[in-house]
Ligand binder design. Sequence first.
Ligand code: NAD
Length: 282
Amino acid sequence: MKDVSGKTAVITGGASGIGRATAEVLASRGANLVLADIEAPVLAETVAQLAAGGAEVTGVVTDVTNLDSVHGLRDAALAAYGAVHIVFNNAGVGGGTTISSSPAMWDWVLGVNIDGVVNGMTTFLPLLLEQNEGHMVNTASLAGLGGVPGMGPYCASKFAVVGMSESLWYELGMLGSNVHCSVLCPGFTKTRIHESERNMPDELKSVPLDPFSERAGSMAKQAVEGGIEVGIVADAVADAIVDERFWILTHERVALATMRQRLAWMEGGQPPRIDLGEAGRR
Ligand SMILES: NC(=O)c1ccc[n+]([C@@H]2O[C@H](COP(=O)([O-])OP(=O)(O)OC[C@H]3O[C@@H](n4cnc5c(N)ncnc54)[C@H](O)[C@@H]3O)[C@@H](O)[C@H]2O)c1
């Protein structure tokens, strides 16, 4: 898509962080916005602020884990703008270690981060393919390129997003389609991801954290707070849509080092030395 001006972008997790910043960049380039988020008051505030800045924007309260809710998002976007051209499956949450996560914690993280993307793909790909125009961006993470201690459910979900996005890229090529896709793999970025528990189901919120999970949570918080500014990620997403580029590696040096070190490990070398602080630097 050479120009996003006049196109309509649906962004899940659009009320905060990377989703919100990308909305600002796409609006500045002339796109109409449909922002979807589970947090109704924050979404309303974000929509009001963007509209006050001159953006053409609609907010739709959406739970990406619920297919009916995502169908409602599609219908609202079509009612507002008549077509959808860009879909950013970006809503996500973090929580839980591999060792101590309960089944409910696994369900929540995999539900938002995997089912949320699957629901976005099954709902919007038919529209994009039918009009033979569009771009889908799925948000994974550096944690989708290599295992990280203290975040097993999150890593599992982001590996899944990388895999399904690569498959989608090949399949769009097999079809000779004018629909394109990207996978976003950022390292740590200053957002509210380390406060994901604000959107946890109540039954999970009431379970006290064990010391191991608390330690992992405070390491992740420190790393997120030391991460890059969200605008860098937003610009990279908008540029990849215009350039029709698959990999969005906002922390390219660390991403490539991670892949090389894993390969060396598979070939009999040493396992990578994980430094969470390093994963927040470009
Ligand atoms: N911040 C980082 O360091 C980092 C690094 C790599 C990847 N990511 C990924 O970036 C994406 C955006 O996260 P962020 O960092 O901007 O965090 P954020 O918490 O600021 O934003 C995430 C948004 O998703 C929304 N959300 C949560 N559950 C939802 C649901 N069920 N339905 C709809 N919306 C829901 C939240 O309300 C929030 O507005 C996530 O997929 C995250 O995993 C973040």
